[in-house]
Design a binder for this molecule. Sequence first.
Ligand SMILES: [Zn+2]
Length: 162
Amino acid sequence: MTIARFWRETPQRYNLGASRCSSCGSAFFPPRVVCPVCPEHRRSLGKMEPLQLSGEGEVYSFTVVHDPAEGFEMQVPYVLALVKTREGPILTGQVVDVSPGDVHVGLRVQATFRKLREEGKSGVIHYGYKFAVAREEVREPVAPEGESVPEPRAEGPRPART
Ligand SMILES: [Zn+2]
């Protein structure tokens, strides 16, 4: 399957439609019709519910790409990350609008829809999700001079500020 076909035929790539197993609660993206987690797969048949991902998540793992894939030549270096979404599924995507040096594990991001790549000769443009730094991450408090900024937590939700 070519990349072009892949994107065309998977509309959930555009709207982050996932599925959740109502037996064990596991969420999947792209959506599944059978739960691969439940010991008896057949039991989950018909129990998968549509789940809309919020697009919110945090960087779980990432790599800085210096050697571009075809169609990405203008964008190097770029950051390709595994993002653990709030709902659970891990998505692969480019992290944009941030310098690669500022990306770290635990960085909170938000999915955003962008042009993915242009196909060389045909000029077909593909759109899909990328990740931008979450707004609350941008608003991270700036420590006054002489004080150190606490390290961001790598895992788990932050406690709500009171
Ligand atoms: Zn399940």
